[in-house]
Design a protein around this ligand. Structure first.
Ligand SMILES: Nc1nc2c(ncn2[C@@H]2O[C@H](COP(=O)(O)OP(=O)(O)O)[C@@H](O)[C@H]2O)c(=O)[nH]1
Ligand SMILES: [Mg+2]
Length: 217
């Protein structure tokens, strides 16, 4: 069996997928969760060797969670499918889980160019990370999508958010459950194709409101 299953939420990423799927480390299996793409992403993913899960309910969390439910490996990692992050870097994120040093490892995005991370998205993310630090005392700087944990642990968190709050809810619930949580620096580059979340004003507002609601609760 593979040691790591990698969940890749995907909404219209046909252009990015061939590179993304070529970058998976040895022993890692890709699970692309196609969330109603209209650009043939699912077929591209199949052609490039990924397991494809179709999730009809829209939303980043719906896709991420469907991927988790489909995973079978002892460790599950998450990564975007837009080529903004390199799946090869997952090795560094998975390492503290393999060694048992952490229960949840988060990739802290480090922009490789100014274009990688739009200013409004970076500011919103920074503000949410500050609120998260205040709420939990955790020394975290990013609510990025690249992460890893043991599959059985993740299932036990029983996450409910199915939109943009999913990554934050995971950190909050993990903290409540007493998990050891830490960050690993990961390069962040300009995506291929058009952004669905923070590249748009509407997507950013949804993300910030989903996340603020969780922090208030
Ligand atoms: N399945 C699914 N994936 C999504 C959805 N929205 C975004 N994604 C994927 O989640 C990842 C992050 O989205 P992206 O548009 O890059 O957001 P950004 O990084 O904030 O600009 C990409 O792999 C998208 O294809 C969605 O509603 N459903
Ligand atoms: Mg992106």
């Amino acid at each position: 069996m593979n040691e790591v299953d990698v969940v890749l939420p995907c909404l219209d990423e046909a252009e990015a997928l061939p590179w993304v799927l070529s970058r998976l480390p040895e022993g890692y299996r890709a699970i692309v969760v196609d969330n109603g793409s209209s650009d043939g992403s699912g077929e591209v993913a199949l052609r490039h060797g990924a397991v494809v899960v179709r999730e009809t309910r829209r939303g980043f969390g719906a896709a991420a969670h469907a991927g988790l439910l489909a995973a079978e490996a002892p460790i599950v990692a998450f990564c975007d499918a837009d080529a903004s992050m390199d799946p090869a870097d997952l090795v560094d994120v998975v390492d503290p889980i393999r060694s048992g040093r952490l229960d949840l490892a988060l990739g802290r995005r480090r922009a490789t160019s100014a274009r990688a991370w739009p200013l409004h998205a970076r500011a919103a993310n920074g503000a949410l990370a500050l609120l998260l630090r205040r709420a939990t005392g955790l020394r975290l700087h990013d609510l990025g999508p690249m992460r890893a944990a043991r599959r059985a642990d993740l299932l036990e968190l029983d996450l409910r958010d199915r939109r943009s709050g999913y990554p934050l809810e995971a950190v909050l619930r993990a903290h409540e459950a007493g998990w050891r949580i830490g960050e690993v620096d990961t390069p962040y580059s300009p995506r291929v194709g058009r952004s669905k979340v923070t590249g748009t004003v509407r997507g950013t507002i949804t993300a910030v409101s989903d996340m603020s609601r969780l922090l208030r609760a």
